[in-house]
Design a protein around this ligand. Sequence first.
Ligand SMILES: [Zn+2]
Length: 157
Amino acid sequence: MVTLPAPVSTFTSPFKMDYTYVAGGGRSLFLRGLARRELLARRCPGCAQVYLPPPEFCSRCLTELSAPFPLPGTGTVRTFCVVNFPFPGQKFDPPYAVAQIQVHGADTRLMHLVREIDSAALEIGMEVESVWAEEAELTHSLDSIRYFRPTAGGSDA
Ligand SMILES: [Zn+2]
């Protein structure tokens, strides 16, 4: 009988990849808005679906979306997960919550952190508001929103 060595369960492998992300017209509007603390949505003139972030065309109708308009920085937690384990590259020590947030006025959802609440107390339906980065930290990415936090208003669940 052959005795095999213990299996390799994990190893560290250096990996680096440079690439250029092309956001396209619709997403570029959204990303530029983030750098001004604006959440810019677009509506489909065909089916009235409000996209945030907006693509250029409605995925259901293939119709070009309307001009962008701002939505408030408030929304509802539609689902979430609590990250309880550490892994390389984390910005925060676990536990922390990542949620799908439906910003008020949008039919789609953003994924972002929810902080300033004990993860065990987070609930689907909870109302949250955006906490924006400082002026010098604003950028063309969702990093312009540091995280969402519960509002004083409660829940719609
Ligand atoms: Zn549509």
